[in-house]
Write a protein that binds this ligand. Structure first.
Ligand code: DGL
Length: 273
């Protein structure tokens, strides 16, 4: 296969990376996408750095075998601890979501006080602090781990029940703190956008890294002359390690694709899920 026609691989611990795929489908109209969501082992947020690295490498290796030309790590938790390793191990370009999110936030924040909502792993890694201070040394970060959010998305509960009390409880620790911008530092969180916005102080701008990440994808494709210029985009294929129906229903809901091609994939050693 001509390298330019090869698909772009996208990975996440589960359905969260679909928030990045949505932007990719909109702005990269000629590119084919192959996605892996490790729903069976989601959430990654509370896992050890070693486990996140191992699982992320398994997804990337599976996509490498399928012949991708680029990898987008559409998971903040995996980006925080695995990006350098992936870049060392694979011959294709590997892009993460933290730097783009940090860039977007520093652009819109006028007070330089920025809240970062993320998983326990992402917050512990201080990856956003590092990325933001590299752009704007005087920025102040208000970090907050929201471990209850990802299960609400993965289980589909965000569509079925009133999750406002959980969102309120999770955001309470920063309710009286000063910041003008909040980064959704987990790709699952844009699915809870309305509920999060409702609970944040009025006037706070919410930033997610999806749009900015796609700008990076475009730049790298163009710089490396890797764009698919054949005009032949194939439909995206979604692999999940978890259960097909739950994934399919969120993909239909979020991406607006009527019949998404959702398939099962087995990763890792038996018994380690
Ligand atoms: N979507 C992920 C992220 O951006 C991961 C959530 C999780 O598995 O805990 O961090």
């Amino acid at each position: 296969m001509n390298r330019n026609n090869a698909p772009i691989g996208v990975i996440d611990s589960g359905v969260g990376g679909l928030t990045v795929v949505k932007e990719m489908l909109q702005y990269l109209s000629t590119e084919t996408i192959i996605y892996i969501g490790d729903d069976a082992r989601c959430p990654y947020g509370p896992r050890s750095v070693e486990e996140v690295k191992e699982f992320t490498m398994e997804m990337a290796s599976a996509l490498a075998k399928m012949g991708i030309k680029m990898l987008v790590v559409a998971c903040n938790t995996a980006t925080a601890v695995t990006l350098d390793l992936l870049r060392e191990q694979f011959p294709f370009p590997v892009l993460g979501v933290i730097e783009p999110g940090a860039r977007a936030a520093t652009r819109v924040s006028s007070t330089r006080k920025i809240a970062v909502l993320g998983t326990v792993g992402t917050i512990k890694s201080q990856a956003y602090e590092n990325a933001i201070s590299a752009i704007s040394a005087d920025a102040e970060i208000v970090p907050l781990a929201c471990p209850e959010f990802v299960p609400l998305v993965e289980s589909g509960q965000y569509k079925q029940m009133d999750i406002r009390p959980v969102v309120k409880r999770s955001l309470d620790p920063i309710a009286h703190m000063e910041f003008d911008t909040a980064i959704l530092g987990c790709t699952h969180y844009p699915l809870l956008y309305n509920q999060i916005q409702e609970q944040l102080p009025a006037g706070v701008t919410i930033v997610s890294s999806a749009y900015e990440t796609v700008r990076d994808v475009e730049k790298v494709l163009s710089k490396l002359r890797l764009e698919n210029i054949s005009g032949e985009r194939k439909d995206p294929i979604f692999y999940t390690t978890g259960e097909l129906e739950g994934f399919r229903s969120i993909a239909i809901d979020w991406l607006g694709i009527e019949r998404p091609d959702v398939r099962h994939i087995v990763l890792g050693k038996p018994g380690c899920q």
